[in-house]
Design a protein around this ligand. Structure first.
Ligand code: ZN
Length: 255
């Protein structure tokens, strides 16, 4: 059965005369141009921009999370200090209360002064406790902010994972196409002189995707300077498949 398939291939290969008339250098040139386009596309995939933007968003969110975290620590430190101060003042007020009722102070004026001091301490304690509660509420608000930021951060992280996978897949697909082109190019290059390929590769640096041109008896190589009639006649006399340099522009003219 595989024999039948291969004989089919051979018969269908027969009328390929038309495609074989395309000069191998032109095929190589086309492959090289396609390769360059694919390499450019690989290097400039829009996914790269999306990924970079999401990663920078991620870094920005991390900075905000860190800032909020530091603010929260500051606020909680303040809250603790206020509570400690309030506790110290409460202890002093309690001690004064005990002295007030201990009976050790008898003079009305001293009792009055002590009462005033206790009232002042209790009031100060109240202020401090109130400020401690405010700080605690502030810390809670910061916790809420941090939580919201962390959610956004997690979403950005997921998006980065997805984009990285998409980018890797897109690159792999292009790499596969590039590998196919390399194989085809090697095959095609095997059909002509290595020196012709070397000449073409050297000239491609100057002429890019129009380094090799099919000979056209009416216009020569299509170079900006019209090819002189004598040059046209010379190339016309060359054998089919010959590679000539255009005397005017230096491109490779394929007979
Ligand atoms: Zn020319």
């Amino acid at each position: 059965m595989p024999e039948a398939a291969s004989s089919d291939d051979e018969t269908s290969d027969e009328p390929d005369q038309a495609t074989e008339s395309v000069h191998p250098l032109l095929e190589i040139q086309e492959i090289d141009t396609e390769t360059e386009q694919l390499q450019h596309r690989r290097a400039t995939l829009p996914l790269r921009r999306d990924l970079a933007a999401t990663q920078s968003q991620q870094r920005e969110l991390q900075r905000e999370i860190d800032t909020v975290g530091l603010q929260r620590i500051e606020v909680l430190t303040r809250q603790k200090r206020l509570e400690d101060e309030a506790a110290i003042i409460q202890a002093r007020a309690d001690k004064d209360d005990n002295r007030l009722y201990s009976g050790e102070i008898t003079a009305i004026r001293d009792l009055q002064a002590l009462q005033d001091e206790i009232a002042g301490l209790r009031s100060r304690q109240g202020v401090l406790e109130e400020r401690a509660i405010e700080a605690l509420m502030e810390a809670e608000e910061l916790s809420g902010q941090a939580e919201a930021l962390e959610e956004q951060q997690a979403a950005a992280g997921e998006r980065v994972t997805v984009l990285e996978a998409e980018l890797a897949a897109a690159r792999a697909a292009i790499d596969k196409q590039l590998a196919t082109l390399v194989t085809t190019r090697t095959e095609v290059a095997g059909r002509i002189e290595a020196s012709a390929v070397a000449d073409y590769e050297r000239l491609r640096e100057t002429f890019g995707p129009s380094t090799a041109v099919a000979f056209d008896p009416s216009s020569g190589c299509g170079c900006p300077q019209q090819m002189p009639a004598i040059e046209v006649a010379r190339i016309k006399r060359c054998a089919e498949g010959a590679v000539q340099n255009c005397a005017e522009c230096g491109r490779l003219v394929l007979r």
